[in-house]
Write a protein that binds this ligand. Sequence first.
Ligand SMILES: NC(=O)c1ccc[n+]([C@@H]2O[C@H](COP(=O)([O-])OP(=O)(O)OC[C@H]3O[C@@H](n4cnc5c(N)ncnc54)[C@H](O)[C@@H]3O)[C@@H](O)[C@H]2O)c1
Length: 356
Amino acid sequence: MSKKILLLPGDGIGPEIVAEAEKVLNKLVETSDFEVELEHGLLGGCATDALGNPYPEKTQQQAREADAILLGAVGGPKWEAIDRPLRPERGLLAIRADLDLFANLRPAMLYPQLAEASSLKPEVVAGLDIMIVRELTSGIYFGQPRGIEGEGAQKEGGRHAWNALTYTEFEIERIGRRAFEIAMKRDKRVCSIDKANVLEVSELWREVMERVAKDYPEVELSHMYVDNAAMQLVRAPKQFDVMVADNLFGDILSDQASMLSGSIGMLPSASLNSSGFGMYEPVHGSAPDIAGQNIANPLATILSLSMLLRYSLDRADLADRIDAAVNTVLDSGLRTGDIGGTATCTDMGDAVVAAL
Ligand SMILES: NC(=O)c1ccc[n+]([C@@H]2O[C@H](COP(=O)([O-])OP(=O)(O)OC[C@H]3O[C@@H](n4cnc5c(N)ncnc54)[C@H](O)[C@@H]3O)[C@@H](O)[C@H]2O)c1
């Protein structure tokens, strides 16, 4: 049965990198039994310009009818001074909320060919392949009550500000299940990150993870305090397979882990809801400084397409083909500027297509 994929190129380098991923997708269709119906839509600054809304109704409808979404990136200096509700980033937050994309998947991987690009020693990071699963729609970023006292508040110690770290069992369980399901498709190990020696929320987090683990007997569950995890990520990052963390810990650890791989132009990501529906996008932004020059690295977007096929469309065979093709291209020495070469964005896309 044909699958509907919605392409949202967005702003800046978005259209350039998504065009390369589209070529890769077309090549897969040409050389397999995979059938796809492609739609293009507007999100971000381009949508504000065309329709006066960064997440217009037409896109909302397209998103709800799609089986998966591939996004380029949104934003740029052109829209920085406009009214907040019209800003490109508002479109991104709105689509995530609209589709209840609570699970953020951030792989940190380092192709051995690029080991020199990392700030760590090549032998520590070569072949790194971690998946960080971050809870995206709850925790301390959303907890109530929250607030800050205004000027003039009379209190010993000065003004007072507060945020609440809250999680329900339901929220912990659904992110836990997502992490275990992903581990089943990988090396079958989950490391749950918490601060259970200090926080009650972490005690509940740990208890629920233990309970979820019973439904996945093939997966090995371990627990690690977040401070130790931060240390282990730079000491011996290859010990991890899947890491699952709440919104705050996951935010920090996923940024830390992504930098182990040296280049932001190589990193894909996914945001999923409970039915497995997902939006896939490179970790980087719209890179306005290099937009329109055909020099962006499209590999993070092409690898996001690989994740889309693996996690939302259950086509690991096609995802494996993309991953292998990217490997072949890197083996050949082809590099865009961000990873130390002079190849263009289209050179890179063409090379992946040829390797397929
Ligand atoms: N999910 C998203 O759409 C998203 C994420 C982050 C930032 N943004 C937006 O993107 C705009 C620019 O943000 P920024 O400059 O902080 O981050 P950025 O990731 O766009 O760029 C940071 C640096 O990395 C380079 N870079 C990024 N992607 C690259 C690629 N594929 N190939 C080669 N080089 C690449 C850029 O040229 C720049 O020098 C802002 O408007 C920001 O709000 C959007």
